[in-house]
Write a new protein. Structure first.
Length: 123
């Protein structure tokens, strides 16, 4: 019985926490072809600052040749995942950052995934 009470209380607290969430959510999604990623480097981490990951990319149509990502959650696994597709003509990365996360700096990477086939065979 005590276990059930604890589970019910935990569920109630989770629901209350979710009700207090921001009135809106803002996400930034990056979709980058592996062939356009030239290099990946992690920035030096300083306490209380978000982690950074710098992607050097092939500039296209006047866009910058750098993408700097920030997250309070770190990038270790994401960096490793992205390194597998650098230069690939058929794979791409999709990275999603929550720009008003309930974290210290308000930024949190919520997805870092690679997919096959969106850009065809690269001709």
């Amino acid at each position: 019985m005590r276990m059930i009470s604890t589970l019910v209380l935990s569920g109630f607290l989770l629901a209350v926490t979710l009700l207090q969430a921001s009135a809106y959510q803002q996400f930034v999604t990056y979709r980058i072809a592996g062939k356009d990623i030239l290099s990946i480097t992690e920035g030096a981490h300083v306490d209380e600052d978000p982690w950074t990951l710098k992607l050097k990319v092939r500039p296209i149509g006047g866009m910058s040749d750098e993408i700097i990502l920030e997250s309070d959650g770190g990038f270790d696994e994401c960096k490793q995942t992205l390194e597998y597709i650098v230069g690939s003509k058929t794979e791409y990365a999709e990275i999603v950052i929550d720009m008003n996360a309930q974290t210290m700096n308000g930024v949190l990477m919520i997805q870092c995934a690679t997919f096959h086939g969106l850009f065809g065979d690269g001709g």
